[in-house]
Design a protein around this ligand. Structure first.
Ligand code: SF4
Length: 408
């Protein structure tokens, strides 16, 4: 072989090797938005997507206000829904991202079963891109990037200590999949009174949430949805018959803040809250107060006024402390005085149940009777120190004022 021919053969072999290497690399790490990228690790996690339909040269998801148009192979903004074979599919059905047994106060939900355990499930993905996300490792990922399995609680055994007190022993298992029936079985075996759809954004694992909620309800458990409220009216309506409480994260009160720091818009969240009110659903509202970004007295005051005037004075409202995190790790934690002032201002406007979150020992952790001012549920962090609500129906034992909630 002449030198020129040998060089050509070597070059051809080299480029064949490079092409094969690139093919293997793309198969392992497909670029987002391509047909290859919509193949999740296991097909057991693919299901037809609810609230979607065909569109010209593609398909459209109508689950949330983004209403993503998806050509074949493309993904939505949430990363976990895709046009796969001409239909919108969820790629994260029963794919556990984080599964824990939590006190319900951690959600935070204060007006349902104080001190109870809630079996908390999640799948990867979110339709928002909050710069202060506390769970960005699971919310801002593709399903292929999720861990192959999650450590999940499967049983809680109680044993009596020599001094007569009871101690709990939590049994866990490494699960690659957590189908709805198993989630409900484990919730019952861990003495949970409810199942929460939480940590990431349950709107984007809608089908999994709804199937689990139906089974949980049939098994006598309550359901808790912890959400940013970025959902269209029709899917929200379809969920509500199964949800006992919806916790909505109202992240701020101006469009500019929403656009810059969450990637979403404020108006659809307000519309979802108004719909919850209109449908007589039980819900609580939480606002994470971020120093320098959404903590001005004017902004916090407008938020409180809107909650009181539009959602009603009995709406539980939380102002919670920000801790440096994710893309906002350079900011300081929220000063306690800011949260206290926000709570005082909201109560002066006429809201009855305003709480301060993430500051254990703050008086704003407890529930007070709006008429006589006495403590009805005294909290410290996630612990219930005292519960004076009447056993029969969640009333103040001194003057009979009824506190809205699910108490017994
Ligand atoms: S749920 Fe996901 S795919 Fe559907 S509209 Fe929202 S961001 Fe787009």
């Amino acid at each position: 072989m002449k030198p020129r021919q040998a060089l050509a053969v070597a070059m051809a072999a080299l480029s064949a090797c490079a092409a094969a290497g690139a093919a293997v690399f793309i198969a392992l790490y497909p670029p987002p938005g391509t047909a290859a990228s919509v193949l999740p690790p296991a097909s057991t996690h693919i299901r037809d997507g609810a609230f979607s339909g065909p569109a010209c040269n593609g398909a459209q998801c109508r689950l949330c206000p983004y209403e993503c148009f998806l050509p074949e192979g493309a993904r939505g903004r949430c990363r976990v829904r895709a046009n796969y074979g001409g239909k919108v599919r969820t790629l994260a059905y029963a794919l556990p991202a984080a599964v824990h047994l939590d006190p319900i106060e951690k959600k935070p939900v204060y007006h349902m079963y104080p001190g109870s355990l809630v079996y908390s499930v999640s799948a990867p993905g979110c339709n928002l891109t909050c710069r202060a996300c506390q769970n960005w490792e699971i919310s801002q990922i593709y399903p292929e990037q999720a861990a192959r399995s999650a450590q999940a609680p499967v049983a809680l055994k109680l044993r009596v200590l020599p001094d007569g007190r009871a101690a709990g022993e939590l049994e866990t298992a490494d699960l690659a999949s957590l189908p709805p029936a198993d989630a409900v079985r484990y919730a019952l075996a861990t003495r949970s009174r409810s199942v929460a759809y939480t940590y990431s954004e349950p709107v984007v694992f809608y089908e999994y949430m709804l199937d689990t909620a139906r089974l949980a309800r049939a098994a006598g458990l309550k359901n808790v949805m912890v959400t940013s409220g970025y959902i269209n009216p029709a899917p929200l309506d379809a969920l509500l018959p199964y949800m006992d409480v919806v916790k909505v994260d109202l992240k701020g009160f101006d469009e500019d803040f929403y656009r810059r720091y969450t990637g979403a818009r404020l108006e659809p969240v307000k519309a979802a809250l108004l719909r919850l009110k209109e449908k007589k659903a039980m819900f609580e509202v939480v606002n994470l107060v971020v120093p320098g970004l959404n903590d001005s007295p004017a902004s916090l005051g407008s938020l409180s006024s809107w909650v009181k005037d539009s959602l009603g004075p009995d709406t539980p409202l939380f102002f919670t402390r920000f801790t440096p995190n994710y893309l906002l790790s350079g900011l300081p934690p929220t000063p306690e005085a800011t949260l206290t002032a926000a709570r005082d201002g909201a109560m002066k406007k006429g809201l009855h149940y305003v709480y301060v979150g993430n500051i254990p020992g703050h008086p704003g952790e407890s529930t007070y009777c709006p008429r006589c001012g006495r403590v009805l549920v005294r909290r410290y962090g996630y612990a219930i120190l005292e519960d004076r609500l009447t056993p029969a129906g969640g009333r103040c034992p001194w003057d009979g004022t009824r506190v809205p909630g699910v108490w017994r």
